[in-house]
Design a protein around this ligand. Structure first.
Ligand code: PFF
Length: 450
């Protein structure tokens, strides 16, 4: 059954695909600036501890449930429950998960479209097409819609080729490319004046700021977003892993790659900001905080590139290319969630399912673009701040409480017969039962009332 619905061909293929999902705009854009404004190395430490002690166990919950069911999240949560009520709640969680994954993709595609436009703008500049280059960075509606659609077409093209020929093949190509590009950019930025100043801000620990409860909760939220948890992405990728694979090990590898890329991105973004300061670009807001989010990416960094002449054009192209790749390997995992559901539950062919759902998501993205002021922030908050933690909570409840512990052990044992005596099995069941649900509820409470 597993192979007829697609399966990753190797451990490398799976790790690249799952790490590709995890490594996205959240790592390269979100993490470094958050670290810089919140205690530098101390934030990094908190983030590392939380990622391994909480996000990793939640990731394992999704992978184990997915691999056991070899099915989409709706079916998988049904399969691990025995009582009718928990079966129905499980199916509902799965359905909400795929709606949320589709909504995340609808705002992600907009931002990814901007990345592609900025990347092409550098090329246009290189060829002396100044007006076109200017149009590409103009944030006008036709440009926004055009590049959102272009990004969706790429995502659709990869997903319609299936698990091995689409997801695995492209993740295995794009992820090493992403790593090489990132390392080259870091090395180059290190050679520029001002970079060491940024490095200090990133690496000097300020424990007073990093240890505030609010910040710990924020770090937890970003670890969940960063590992793509809660919406069934990791569950569906887990459902394509072979039964011989050692789940705790591959889950650990994915977490490690995700964290390493986030940390590495910090070595690029922070030094780059201080190089910008050195070159006369403003990097602080009126309140004295470091500029972050969209202003950082689409104003501060382009201003920096402008001060660097021809090298700046090449660096700008490389940087936005990196962002576009990171976004693409994440977006394919989001699209696979509703696609797998529609194929398995409603018997649609893959190509038809992918095109129909891809078109529906593009229409949603266009609607967000046309009502940008009201919808953009709202969709991001609804999906990442509220839905992801709550759905993640439900996955932990199913892995920790609803599914029988012996059955969970049976599943994990398939690829690692000795697991019962391992540190993983001593710690994980308690974590997923008690620690993860409590912390996730704390995040949720914080985002509601904090
Ligand atoms: N992990 C991605 C990032 O860090 O940008 C975002 C993401 C991907 C969230 C896939 C949810 C998802 F299902």
């Amino acid at each position: 059954m597993a192979s007829s619905r697609g399966e990753f061909s190797s451990r490398f293929g799976f790790v690249m695909a799952a790490a590709g999902s995890a490594v996205g705009l959240g790592n390269i854009w979100g993490f470094p600036t958050q670290a810089a404004s919140n205690g530098g190395a101390a934030f990094l430490l908190v983030y590392l501890v939380l990622a391994f002690t909480l996000a990793y166990p939640a990731l394992m919950a999704e992978l184990i449930i997915g691999r056991h069911a070899h099915a989409n999240a709706v079916n998988a949560l049904r399969m691990v429950s025995s009582a009718p009520i928990s079966r129905n709640i499980g199916a509902t969680v799965g359905i909400i998960g795929f709606i949320v994954a589709s909504l995340i993709l609808s705002f992600y595609a907009i931002v990814a479209g901007w990345m592609i436009a900025f990347c092409l703008s550098s090329l246009a500049q290189l060829f002396g097409m100044q007006d076109f280059a200017q149009w590409l960075v103009s944030f006008g509606m036709p440009r926004n819609i055009l590049f959102m659609c272009a990004f969706m077409v790429m995502t659709v093209a990869i997903i319609s080729a299936g698990v091995r020929d689409g997801i695995e093949r492209w993740s295995a190509r794009l992820m090493p490319l992403l790593l090489v590009t990132l390392v080259l950019l870091v090395l180059y930025v290190f050679t520029l004046d001002g970079a060491m100043e940024g490095l200090k801000v990133y690496l000097l620990p300020d424990f007073d700021r990093a240890l505030s409860p609010k910040l710990i909760i924020a770090a937890m939220g970003s670890a969940f977003f960063s590992l793509s948890l809660g919406v069934g992405t990791m569950l569906i990728y887990g459902s394509y892993i072979s039964d011989e694979e050692n789940l705790p090990v591959v889950g650990g590898l994915v977490t490690l790659v995700d964290i390493s890329i986030a940390v590495l991105a910090g070595f690029l973004v922070l030094p780059a900001m201080y190089v910008a300061l050195h070159n006369g670009v403003e990097i602080y807001t009126a309140t004295g905080a470091l500029i972050s989010e969209d202003t950082l990416i689409f104003t501060v960094l382009p201003e920096l590139f402008k001060t660097m002449g021809l090298a700046g054009i090449v660096v700008s192209f490389t940087f936005f290319f990196l962002m576009a790749i990171a976004a693409l390997t994440s977006s394919i995992s989001m699209l696979e969630v509703p696609v797998a559901y529609v194929i398995e539950e409603h018997g649609l062919g893959r190509k038809l399912a992918v095109c129909t759902i891809g078109a529906a998501i593009a229409v949603t993205s266009a609607t967000i673009l046309l009502n940008f002021e009201t919808l953009f922030g709202l969709v991001i908050a609804f999906t990442t701040r509220y839905s992801q933690p709550l759905l993640g909570f439900m996955f932990c409840i199913y892995a920790g409480w609803v599914w029988h512990r012996d059955k969970v052990l049976q599943e994990v044992r398939k690829g690692s017969p000795e697991v019962e005596h391992s540190l993983f099995w001593k710690i994980w069941p308690g974590y997923v039962r008690f620690v993860c649900p409590v912390i996730i509820l704390a995040i949720f409470a914080q985002s509601l009332w904090g």
